[in-house]
Structures are given as structure tokens and as C-alpha cells.
Design a binder for this molecule. Structure first.
Ligand code: NI
Ligand code: MN
Length: 226
């Protein structure tokens, strides 16, 4: 599995020959000014929730790529109404077999509304599994006991967790989340984009290291093999 980081909580994972793009917020992010949104051609766009810092480039990328938008019912419906050709609605606890593997949509502890005020359903995360392994993207969330169940059920190659604090888990809770998930590799996202979520990344690395967990913080535009 190959992960490319696009800044904030935007990243793609290539697995089984398909490109999955998560939470594209790229063009409004000055830190990601070198990422060319016009070049992105994912097969799927998976959305954790409807906040602007997760959906800013969805319409542009969905239209130029024909990607299928996968999200909770209300978000999939929102994009279908906007004329996006291919959408796949889900909800918590439900799984579906796609051509790249199984997607299970799970709950997150956060909020969710579109920038235009449209109700975005409830915020979620995704567990993706296939023959190459399994990974979890938490979306924006607080620490939840639920993560323990998923840690017992799946052998995660890696998990993608928010670490920026204030709007989501901070480092301390993310370390506990990684323990609950029994994950040895964490890709940290949702930090250092705005003043509210600025963190000391070296202290974060040390905190994870002390727990025997690798915290990976790819630079924006970097691709890592996981
Ligand atoms: Ni959010
Ligand atoms: Mn967010």
C-alpha cells in the first residue's frame, strides 16, 4: 500500500491498482500550494465528514476524474444532488465489497455540517481491508473505546489518526488510540494547518516512540510505502 500525503487530513492510498483519495482539502491550504489538484485522478473519494477542511476539492476532483464518492448517506446524497455521477452511500457498521477491497464505515466522535449549512449526517471513519492488509482512517474524532474493538478484530498495517488537538484528539489521546487499535504504525494528520492545531512534532514523535509506536509524518507531497 502506498500513501501520498496532500496536507491537513488529505491523503491517497494506492492498493490493488486503485487510487483512494481521502478528505481532499488542498487548494485552500497554502502549505499544499505545490500540489496540483488538476492532476489528481483517483478512482474513489472517501469522505469522513462534511466540514470544509475535508471536502473543499471534492466536486472539482470528482468531475475531472469520474471518481466514486463514498461517504455517509447524507454526504453521498449531497454530491449526487450536485450532479456527481457516481456516489456510494454508507452508514455506521455497514461494509461493502468494492473492487479494491472491503470498506467498513465506522463512527467518529465529532460534528458534521457542510460549509453551506447543509446537514452532513454524522461524522465517521473507514476501515479498509483486502489481501494486502487493513488500515483505518479515523477522520476527525476524539478518542473512543470503540477503537479497542477494531484493534481486536483487525491486524492493521497502519492507522491514520488526527493529532492536532483542539478540534480532534491530541497526541496523548492519539497514543492511547494507537494502543487500543494495536497499531505499530501511525500516520499523523490534521495538525499544523491552522494556529489552533499547531503542535510540537518532535515531542509528538517522542511520545509515540515511548509507547513503542512509529509516528510517521510525511511531508506534503511525499509518498510512503506502508
Ligand atoms: Ni471536522
Ligand atoms: Mn477537520
Amino acid at each position: 500500500m502506498r500513501l501520498t500525503y496532500y496536507g491537513h487530513a488529505a491523503f491517497s492510498v494506492e492498493t490493488k491498482g486503485k487510487n483512494l483519495l481521502f478528505d481532499p482539502f488542498i487548494s485552500p491550504n497554502p502549505l499544499a500550494a505545490h500540489i496540483k489538484v488538476a492532476d489528481l485522478r483517483p478512482d474513489y473519494i472517501l469522505l469522513s465528514h462534511a466540514h470544509g477542511d475535508h471536502v473543499a476539492d471534492v466536486e472539482t476532483i470528482a468531475r475531472q476524474s469520474g471518481a466514486t464518492v463514498v461517504s455517509i448517506f447524507e454526504i453521498a446524497d449531497y454530491y449526487a444532488q450536485k450532479g456527481i455521477q457516481s456516489t456510494h452511500p454508507m452508514n455506521f457498521g455497514g461494509a461493502w465489497d468494492f473492487d479494491f477491497g472491503k470498506v467498513k464505515m465506522v463512527q467518529a466522535a465529532h460534528s458534521s455540517v457542510f460549509p453551506d449549512g447543509t446537514y452532513g449526517g454524522n461524522p465517521g471513519g473507514f476501515i479498509i481491508s483486502n489481501e494486502e492488509g487493513a488500515f483505518y482512517y479515523a477522520g476527525d474524532t476524539a478518542l473512543m473505546m470503540d477503537m479497542k474493538i477494531w484493534g481486536e478484530r483487525y491486524d492493521f498495517r497502519f492507522v491514520v489518526l488526527p493529532i492536532g488537538d483542539n478540534f480532534t484528539m491530541g497526541v496523548e489521546d492519539a497514543v492511547t488510540a494507537a494502543r487500543f487499535l494495536q497499531a505499530k504504525r501511525v500516520v499523523g494528520v490534521h495538525y499544523n494547518t491552522f494556529p489552533y492545531i499547531e503542535i510540537d512534532t518532535e515531542a509528538a514523535q517522542r511520545a509515540f516512540q515511548a509507547a513503542g509506536i512509529d509516528l510517521l509524518l510525511p511531508v506534503i507531497g511525499e509518498t510512503i510505502e506502508l
